[in-house]
Design a protein around this ligand. Structure first.
Ligand SMILES: *Cc1c(COP(=O)(O)O)cnc(C)c1O
Length: 474
């Protein structure tokens, strides 16, 4: 696409009005009826973050010797994170832009640590339970590491230590477990996996991206949470996101390591080009200090007291939701969720239709496709802003489920599958048209698309999603 470049200056107010107007079709996340994407600690916290972000907007974290303020913010944040996840004086880490970057760095560090310490490894492998976040497979893709995926328990959705141990070979550079997994909110048996790591002299990463800013507070509230962090022997690195249940502005996560000997392999240094000496601790080079300042501000604004309160109210709301949903005919909770994340499924009703019908009532529920470890389901992440709306949610769910039993309806994906059986040059266009996806439009009804994706083999799913996304950004 080629659009005319603006000729004249525009007034500040007009620009801001225009920016505001673009949001018209966005999900109204302040409604408290959305169970994904936005982690919000309330208007005062938002206002503070806007100011803090603005204060450090233009400072550049490329070079901490030029902006010692950013070094101070980063070491403060990492120190506080270390405290929450039971690190010690030797624990080190860095502030990153998100879980994906933290995980990418953990894998890069493991790969380069092993290049030095186990030079016989030519084709590095990482062992991933199938419930490990997709960003691990993305990191493998970027770093040319082979993901070795292990099956998880079909009812608890927990990683199986024996399966992990069986997958260890001379190319293994790292083992991974989640605390908890995003999909089902269950915490892998980390102490057991830690023992395997020690026994086999392997690095072990705990993905606490979504749990790192929640489980420590849940523990303080007296909930029975198994050890999942640096208190477990064998854990060598851990990722935790501040932009999830730390409620910080997006672009805020941490990667922590047991010691600096290991972290050293994360750094990239280059003094062999025509320009300035480049020393990068993370993936990005030039980066705003804004998200660091907003994160630092939020941690200090909420403090232990604020996080305990948010943890308490969201956990109480979660328990209420789970109890209520269990009483609704046809719906079930997958596994035994241990924090404010869970997934619901049904053997009788289409969860995709349920999600669409609930959307008509103003709720946004996140569908998850079936996979080799789980049937299709709907994911909930419960935020403080959701807590006043739980009774209404349960009423609307009950009403929608009743409606679905009274008005059964099957989506017709057969005709699409038939077209797909015999691919022609125009197959994709035809299918896109049936699905309402032409010209990259975002369809209102997702049921047909989800139902179709749900039955397609993974490679066909991914082919479609790539084509669709590739068209959307034009
Ligand atoms: C969100 C999440 C990630 C990825 O984090 P991003 O910030 O979206 O890049 C990784 N692991 C888990 C468990 C998560 O919940």
């Amino acid at each position: 696409m080629n659009i005319p470049f603006p000729q004249q200056n525009k007034q500040v107010q007009n620009i801001l009005n225009e920016l505001e107007s673009f949001k018209i079709n966005d999900m109204p996340w302040k409604s408290g009826k959305i169970f994904a994407y936005v982690y919000d600690a309330g208007e005062e916290a938002q206002e503070l973050m806007r100011k803090a972000f603005g204060m450090y907007l233009s400072e550049n974290a490329l070079d901490p010797t030029v902006f010692p303020s950013l070094l101070k913010l980063e070491t403060d944040i990492i120190g506080m994170a270390t405290n929450l996840v039971n690190g010690d004086e030797k624990t080190v880490g860095n502030f990153t832009t998100g879980g994906t970057e933290s995980i990418m760095l953990a894998l890069k560090t493991a790969r380069d640590f092993n290049r030095i310490n186990k030079p016989s490894i030519k084709n590095p492998e990482v062992i991933l339970p199938h419930t490990a976040h997709a960003s691990f497979q993305k990191a493998c893709h970027f770093l040319n590491i082979k993901p070795v995926i292990t099956t998880v328990d079909k009812t608890t959705f927990l990683a199986i230590p024996e399966e992990i141990e069986k997958s260890i070979n001379e190319n293994t550079i790292l083992m991974v477990a989640s605390a908890p997994s995003y999909a089902h909110g269950v915490i892998d048996p980390i102490p057991e996996i830690g023992k395997i790591a020690l026994k086999n002299n392997l690095l072990f990463h705990v993905d606490a991206c979504v749990g790192g800013m929640y489980l420590p507070f849940l523990k303080k509230l007296g909930y029975d949470i198994p050890n999942f962090d640096f208190s477990v022997e064998g854990v060598t690195s851990l990722s935790m996101d501040f932009h999830k249940f730390g409620y910080a502005a997006k672009g805020a996560s941490a990667i922590l390591y047991k010691n600096s000997e290991l972290r050293k392999h994360q750094l990239f240094v280059n003094s062999n080009w025509a320009g300035y000496t480049m020393i990068n601790t993370t993936v990005l080079s030039t980066k705003s200090g804004g998200s660091m300042a907003a994160c630092w501000a939020t941690l200090n604004y909420l403090g232990t007291e604020g996080y305990l309160k948010n943890t308490r109210i969201t956990m109480e709301a979660t328990k209420k939701m789970i109890e209520g949903i269990k009483k609704i005919r046809g719906l079930e909770i997958l596994g035994n969720p241990q924090m404010n994340l869970f997934a619901i499924a049904s053997d009788e009703l289409s969860v995709f239709r349920l999600s669409d019908l609930m959307r008509e009532k103003g709720w946004f529920l996140q569908p998850q496709l079936s996979s080799s470890s789980s049937k299709e389901n709907i994911h909930f992440s419960v935020n403080p802003s959701n807590t006043p709306h739980i009774e209404q949610l349960l009423l609307d769910l009950q009403e929608t489920v009743d409606f679905m039993y009274q008005n059964p309806e099957e989506v017709d994906i057969k005709s699409i599958l038939e077209i797909l059986q015999n691919p022609q040059p125009d197959t994709l266009d035809k299918v896109a048209q049936i699905l309402g996806l032409s010209n990259g439009a975002v369809p209102e009804k997702m049921e047909t698309i989800n139902a179709l994706l749900n039955v397609l083999p993974v490679s066909v799913r991914e082919y479609f999603l790539t084509e669709f996304m590739n068209q959307m950004y034009t």
